[in-house]
Design a protein. Sequence first.
Length: 288
Amino acid sequence: MRILFAGASGMIGSAAAPYLESQGHEVTRLVRREASENEVRWDPDAGTIDVAGLEGFDGVVHLATMTWPMKWSKNAKGQIYANRMATNSLLADHLARCQRKPRVLVCASGMGIYPPSGDDVITEETPPGTDFLAKLQCDGEAEAMKASAAGIRVVNLRIPAVLGGATARRSMGQIGDGRQWGSWVSRDELASIIKFVLENEALSGPVNPVSPNPLRNAEYVATFCRVMGSRPGPTVPAFALRLMLGEMAEALILASRRIIPARLLAAGYSFRYPELEAALRHELAMVG
């Protein structure tokens, strides 16, 4: 496949784009600077894109996003929301107008679309939440889905916490009582999932690219420390996180989301690193 890739220099894209190339796909990168060979220029902030450069691709992967601030002020949330709408609408709208349209658009969304679930299992059929994070992801997915009206298959990847790079070595301690569920995926696993959904024409709409084995926070920390041969860091009280990070702490760190990859499993995807210990050991070997 000829694949156009937005966000190829990011934490996920820097693994996914080379992986796709290693699997025989031809990857062209969307860039904000002056484009060189095998690149196409765009500027979502200015609402501009090289329209002619979008022609003739078989698939498009969109992982581009801004760096989120640690605390969500009203201004910060406005910037995050505007960035998501600008990138998704610019790409979806112009791909839909292409003479030689791609067959598929794979677009990053996030697990924050789901409300906290306690111990209940979350699948792609679970209704979205109502907070800022859920609205951001819902509206972003809606913008991407506009390309489907032009016959483009759209897949929205609801990405969880990703293990890879420096995050694979980051020390941690238990958060609060440690009972909250967290979903995760290895960075190399996510690259493999992106390839799978690009090639699998039966998949469209929301997909949870998560390990089939979510863990409670206390189990996650214990496994991490066992792999690292280290002692856990100090427990971080929930109230302290709320004081430091406000809304972001509640939405992303303290919320319990027990997400499973129902649609991937139904489509026949076989996980390379379904267990946390094996995934961590793999990622640690990759970063040295």
